[in-house]
Write a protein that binds this ligand. Structure first.
Ligand code: HPA
Length: 261
């Protein structure tokens, strides 16, 4: 099995891989450029979510092409990183949250492969939106990497690219969200549709709008990610090492993608 890594803000290079080569994958949704190589002796595909050099904003990412490309290459399990704002005082900047639920507040993104016709009408179960085996590996790896890591958390996904208003943040918190970001939906949704085990380590980069008593900036997000980049790379390499190739979860039991299987 091939393992996948989806690098979010602040994680654009496959620094944890050896024998790195660039690959272009054609998908029905466009071409995807990613890196292949070895990590902890395992075959890995690394995909910078925002494109090489962070040129694509969250609401314009071609999520379907990205996930299709990973699946087409044979990725069965994938870990992702995501920068998030915290809605809870106990989740501090620098902490890692191994999220286990999401709330979807996106507005304009193609969020499914199942658009009828040849793709079919399919309703996939999201009782457990993130793979429990991938989450377990991420949690252990995060703690070993020296991060304060939280087991579980609800991710509110906004459309972006703007940050939220304090009123929105208060609403998300009341609805049960713990962190806020702009990318986990539809990425997690499409990964499940494609039958890929998927988990995300959400790095808290800031307290959300209205909680810190000052305006937010993209730079503070990038600065915190840069300060934690080495730890994050160690975490990912260890998570790849810990993740078993054999799957006892149910992530692969969905319909899969008809053109691939
Ligand atoms: N809001 C949305 N996305 C984010 C934030 C935030 O506060 N921090 C990092 N990504």
């Amino acid at each position: 099995m091939l393992f996948g890594i989806i690098g979010g803000s602040g994680l654009y290079d496959p620094g944890i891989m050896s024998e790195v080569r660039t690959e272009r994958v054609e998908t029905p949704f466009g071409e995807v450029e990613l890196y292949r190589g070895l990590c902890e002796g395992k075959e890995v595909a690394f995909l910078p979510r925002h494109g090489p050099g962070h040129t694509v904003p969250p609401h314009l990412i071609n999520y379907r092409a990205n996930i299709w490309a990973l699946r087409a290459l044979g990725v069965g399990r994938a870990v992702a990183t995501a920068a998030v704002g915290s809605l809870r005082r106990r989740l501090r900047p620098g902490d890692a949250v191994i999220i286990d639920q999401f709330l979807d507040f996106t507005k304009s993104r193609p969020a499914t492969f199942f658009t009828g016709g040849a793709y079919g009408v399919v309703h996939v179960d999201y009782t457990e939106p993130y793979c429990r085996e991938v989450r377990r590996a991420l949690l252990s790896a995060a703690r070993e990497a020296g991060l304060r890591a939280h087991d579980g958390g609800c991710y509110a996904c906004t459309e972006g690219p703007r940050f939220e208003t304090p009123a929105e943040i208060r609403m998300f918190a009341r609805l049960g969200a713990d962190v806020v970001g702009m990318t986990s939906v539809p990425e997690a949704v499409l990964a499940r549709e494609a039958g890929i085990c998927y988990g995300t380590v959400a790095m808290v980069t800031n307290y959300a709008a209205g909680m810190a008593g000052r305006p937010l900036s993209h730079q503070e997000v990038l600065d915190l990610m840069a300060a934690n980049a080495a730890r994050l790379r160690r975490l990912l390499a260890r998570a790849i090492e810990l993740m078993p190739a054999e799957r006892i979860c149910r992530c692969g039991e969905g319909p899969g993608l008809p053109e691939i299987e």
